[in-house]
Design a protein around this ligand. Structure first.
Ligand SMILES: Nc1ncnc2c1ncn2[C@@H]1O[C@H](COP(=O)(O)OP(=O)(O)OP(=O)(O)O)[C@@H](O)[C@H]1O
Ligand SMILES: [Mg+2]
Length: 1002
């Protein structure tokens, strides 16, 4: 066997790398040989010894060196234990099914284990036993006691693998846990406390968000760090799943969308456009018939601009002549010299839709239709010009100019929102199809992942698209949701000190793994030579012909009792095939990645004679298909792909489902020119020519290895595009990620702090000088504002300072700062002396956490809005990412300052105990209490530490001669405003959002 491996791994870089690992594999086997003479107890004792040794090494780096050192021996212990279990036919239960242990690690599995330990991706084909491979590095790394994680694609696999491999860990004296969706925090904490924990990426990710963004005490947190994770099906998790971030959200306080308002009009508009396009398509047919190819092509191109999924258009595109005419028209219009003509062409439609870039645009006709009185309601005004004009107008005072500008800005924001709503609705109507991109379930729009066919309940399209689709389908339009916590999968996995992955297909995405996760890929040879035969693609003109051919092929297999696995790219396609098979009376199973456990059972049986299994590419992943009796003699499992997927990786994954462990097997893909991939990215022109040359008849197919190449080129193009999209998501999230890290670190510091008062004082030491500077600082061109400072001090802290007592004007800025800090601290010590010491501590933690959480959520909301907003700026030729970064930074600085101020504001307004608060009030200077008695704490005061209403004691000073009205005038406008969320109605009563009114950042 070693001979076969060696033959496979000579040569390429990958092979050289693996070759260097072979001596280690040999050493593992030598140790394994030695260990055979040990008793169970002696073998198991090694675990405890290593654990103890490693615990004595404080630094992670040094621990790693030690792990490398003991690797051969430790792997041998695992392998040896596996053999012992096998020899005694150890039986146990996995997911309530009886199971016998029957595996001992193969050499290639040891190789895979080393690669995983080194923090790389091991590409190992389906059925090579990756589940078992992971036991080696997991065991080794768990010896550090730091807790290691194995990430799977679904709850069922997490449980199955934890229970299955758990037998081995248990034998070796390690504990194993498993996270399941419905577990309560206490149970989760127990699972994380185990040496090894299995779970899905979203459970791990959501636990992280809850621990760091929501828990308020150490006891509420469930995870214990991010040391080492192995991600199973790593391509699926880090690439496919990575496109939708994990979001914990709640309903937003207010919603501003107008989708339901615009829906009826847009529906009419889409109908009008459809009629127009149908007419043009018929006209095009006429032109073609009369031999006017150029005009026909031009008309069809117009249809393509207006209704890319028009049925007649799609049918015409099957005809090579017509297809070429359209392509020619398209090419010529995109030349620079014909920009105006193209524009004119677009103006003949109501709107244009770009299928590739997913964009929708209204024409003048369309705008007129939507709002005949004011077609300009859908054009963004030229703000820069308008501002310049206002600035140049001599009849206006500065104040009037500012007011005018604010009005224009407001107007512009409203237009932008309207345009956005409408363009999302157009996309919803023209590009999003029910049962393809989404399904309706229980009156809700549920996204179907186009890659996996998996439904993703609870997730929503961003940027209002989801509401637009809800409006289109006439289901309840959910309120816009507000993000409470969010992280992308990428950034979650970057938290780990060491990350590794395994999958059957990583090679094609190696560059992305390297760039984003710093993960290198090693392709591990199979245990036995692969006997799979991959046939050339069969290419048809139309979908219909393709599906007919597929059905015929399935029937043949069924008759000769060869099992078939039919892969589809969408739920819709699966259902279509199923209907066709029913008509043919061919029994079959359909898998849609909905019920993981049943699916695993069905997939397990997919290798029995004569079975037909239809499956979206995600379904039943992670369960291998064993061949039934007699099947190897009939050619093994036959895999049929009914469409080439956008990513080559997914196709390889499907092919890999057959011919595992040296079994016989074969695969073939069926493709048609109507497939999305071919329409959008195919080398259509070249294909058309080839088709012509062969003079294709109805139902006839093409088959040649050159054609496979063309398809592959199209796939590479899409892969590249999707990579850029993911990269972009990540670029945006990186900004958030840095902010999240700062906030979460601070939060944890608060939670962990034994002396939270030091943190409170840190806030004081930073915020008070800033405030004093703001009022008295030398950078101000105005006079020092003593009254303003006094007002701030007295409304924030119960110091009862008067002008006479404060004597600000007799000291320097620094001296005033010191004076105030000392006074505040003194008052604070006095206040807390009345309270119970432990209660004070939790109160102090609470004050800071509360400030962080409230403002951070507001910040997230504002960031969401910013992110939507910057895309609109794309119209203004600005790079949204740069705009986003700059503004996000400013907003973050403001956030941190606001958090500090909020802490100060609440310092004296919170108490752990009402009696203590009253005692403290009794010690305050009498005049503070003269006019307004403190209001009682409200009933809905938070559980730990009560927060009082803004207390009269603090407000009382306003009546104290220093005239609040007068002081307000001295304050910069924004600071005199009450605290309102950016998206709440403005308190001035204008009816506009705060951010668009008084809260506008100049
Ligand atoms: N060393 C071994 N000896 C015997 N059988 C093994 C060995 N390793 C794995 N197997 C068997 O191979 C089958 C496939 O294992 P597993 O599900 O771990 O494969 P996988 O590589 O994860 O495949 P997939 O890509 O489908 O997830 C299992 O039934 C397992 O029992
Ligand atoms: Mg697996």
């Amino acid at each position: 066997m070693v001979g076969w491996i060696l033959k496979k791994i000579l040569g390429s870089k990958n092979q050289r790398e693996l070759k260097r690992l072979m001596p280690i594999v040999r050493r593992v086997n030598e140790f394994d040989e030695q260990f055979k003479s040990l008793s169970d107890g002696e073998l198991r004792a090694k675990t405890a010894v290593w654990k103890e040794e490693l615990a004595k090494i404080p630094e992670l780096e040094d621990q790693w060196k030690q792990l490398d050192e003991i690797l051969p021996e430790a792997f041998a212990v695992v392998k040896n234990a596996a053999r012992r279990l096998k020899d005694r036919q150890d039986s146990f239960t996995v997911c309530d099914q009886p199971m016998k242990w029957d595996m001992v690690h193969f050499d290639v599995q040891l190789l895979g284990g080393i690669v995983l330990h080194r923090g790389r991706i091991a590409e190992m084909a389906t059925g090579e036993g990756k589940t078992l491979v992971a036991t080696l590095p997991l065991y080794l790394n768990a010896l550090t006691g730091r807790g290691v994680h194995l990430v799977t694609v679904n709850d069922y696999l997490a449980r199955r693998d934890a229970e299955w491999m758990g037998r081995l860990y248990d034998f070796l004296g390690l504990t194993v846990g498993c996270i399941q969706h419905d577990q309560e925090p206490d149970l989760r904490r127990e699972q994380y406390a185990m040496d090894i924990t299995y779970g899905t990426n979203s459970e791990f990710g959501f636990d992280y968000l809850r621990d760091n963004g929501m828990a308020t005490t150490r006891e509420q947190q469930v995870q214990r760090g991010y040391y080492y994770a192995i991600v199973d099906e790593v391509d699926s998790i880090l690439i496919d799943e990575a496109r939708t971030p994990l979001i914990i959200s709640g309903p937003a306080t207010i919603s501003t969308h107008q989708y339901d308002r615009w829906k009826p009009l847009i529906e009419q508009l889409v109908r009008k456009q459809n009629m127009l396009c149908n007419r043009m398509a018929s006209e095009a047919i006429e032109k073609f018939e009369r031999g006017d190819v150029e005009m026909g092509g031009r008309l069809m191109f117009k249809v393509k601009l207006g209704q890319p999924r028009n049925k007649q258009l799609l049918r015409m595109m099957e005809d090579p002549d017509k297809r070429r005419a359209v392509d020619k028209a398209e090419l010529s219009f995109y030349q620079d010299t014909r920009k105006e003509e193209l524009f004119a062409l677009k103006e003949e439609l109501f709107f244009t839709i770009d299928e590739k870039s997913n964009e929708a645009d209204l024409s003048e006709q369309g705008r007129n239709f939507l709002n005949p009185d004011d077609p300009n309601a859908f054009v963004l005004p030229d703000l820069i010009n308008e501002f310049t004009e206002i600035d140049l107008d001599p009849s206006l005072s500065q104040e009037e100019k500012d007011k005018k500008k604010a009005e224009r800005q407001q107007h512009c924001d409203e237009q932008a929102e309207r345009i956005h709503n409408i363009s999302q609705l157009l996309r919803a109507y023209c590009l999003f199809e029910k049962d393809v991109q989404y399904v309706i379930e229980e009156n809700k729009v549920v996204i179907v992942d186009e890659f996996t066919g998996r439904k993703m309940p609870g997730r929503r399209w961003s940027d209002g698209l989801h509401q637009a689709v809800e409006a289109k389908e006439g289901v309840q339009i959910d309120r816009e949701t507000q993000t409470l916590a969010t992280i992308t999968i990428q950034n979650y996995f970057r938290l780990y000190q060491k990350l590794a992955g395994m999958t059957g297909t990583a090679e094609t995405e190696a560059a992305e793994f390297h760039d984003i996760y710093k993960l290198d890929v090693n392709v591990i040879p199979t245990n036995r030579p692969v006997a799979r035969k991959d046939h050339n693609d069969r290419i048809y003109k139309t979908r219909r012909e393709k599906y007919n051919a597929v059905i015929n092929e399935i029937r043949d297999c069924h008759v000769r009792e060869q099992p078939v696995l039919v892969g589809t790219v969408s739920v819709e396609a699966s259902e279509l095939l199923s209907r066709m098979l029913k008509r043919e009376k061919i029994p079959h199973n359909v898998l849609n990645a909905k019920f993981h456990m049943q699916e695993a059972e069905i997939v397990q049986r997919a290798g029995q004679p004569g079975t037909v299994t239809i499956s979206t590419n995600m379904a039943g992943r992670g369960t291998d298909i064993k061949l039934g009796a007699g099947v190897p003699g009939r050619g093994g499992l036959y895999v049929i792909g009914t469409e080439r997927h956008e990513a080559r990786r997914i196709d390889r994954q499907l092919r890999g489902r057959c011919a595992r462990q040296g079994d016989p097997g074969s695969s073939r893909f069926y493709v048609s020119f109507e497939d999305d991939l071919m329409r959008n990215f195919g080398a259509a022109d070249r294909m058309t020519r080839i088709m012509e040359r062969f003079g294709l008849e109805e139902g006839q197919e093409l088959e040649h290895r050159w054609l496979n190449k063309s398809v592959e080129t199209a796939q590479k193009r899409v892969e590249q595009r999707n990579y850029l999209i993911r990269k972009r998501t990540l670029d945006f999230d990186d900004v958030m990620n840095m902010q999240r890290e700062v906030v979460y670190t601070y939060r944890n510091e608060v939670i962990d702090s034994e002396e939270p008062r030091t943190l409170i004082y840190e806030v004081l030491d930073e915020a008070v000088p800033a405030k004093v500077k703001e009022y008295l600082g030398a950078e101000r061109d105005e006079e020092p504002n003593y009254t303003g400072l006094l007002h701030w001090v007295n409304t924030t802290f119960p110091l009862g300072l008067t002008k006479e007592k404060a004597q600000f004007d007799t000291r320097t800025v620094d001296e005033n700062t010191q004076f105030l800090i000392a006074k505040i601290k003194d008052a604070y010590e006095r206040k807390s002396s009345h309270e119970e010491p432990t209660a004070v501590k939790s109160l102090e933690r609470y004050i800071i956490l509360n400030a962080i959480d409230r403002l951070w959520q507001e910040h997230l909301y504002a960031m969401d809005a910013l992110r939507e907003g910057v895309y609109l700026r794309g119209y203004a030729q600005k790079d949204p990412l740069i705009e986003y970064k700059t503004e996000a930074y400013d907003m973050f600085v403001e956030l941190m300052a606001n958090i500090k101020n909020e802490v100060l504001n609440n310092l004296f307004r919170s108490t752990s105990n009402l009696q203590a608060f009253e005692n403290f009030l009794a010690t305050l200077p009498q005049f503070l209490l003269r006019e307004h008695a403190p209001t009682a704490p409200t009933a809905n005061a938070p559980a730990r530490g009560r927060q009082l209403q803004p207390v009269g004691a603090m407000a009382a000073v306003a009546g104290d001669g220093d005239g609040a009205g007068e002081m307000t005038l001295d304050l910069p406008i924004r600071r005199s405003m009450p605290k309102v969320g950016r998206n709440e109605p403005c308190p001035c009563g204008s009816g506009k959002k705060y951010k668009n009114c008084c809260g506008r950042v100049a």
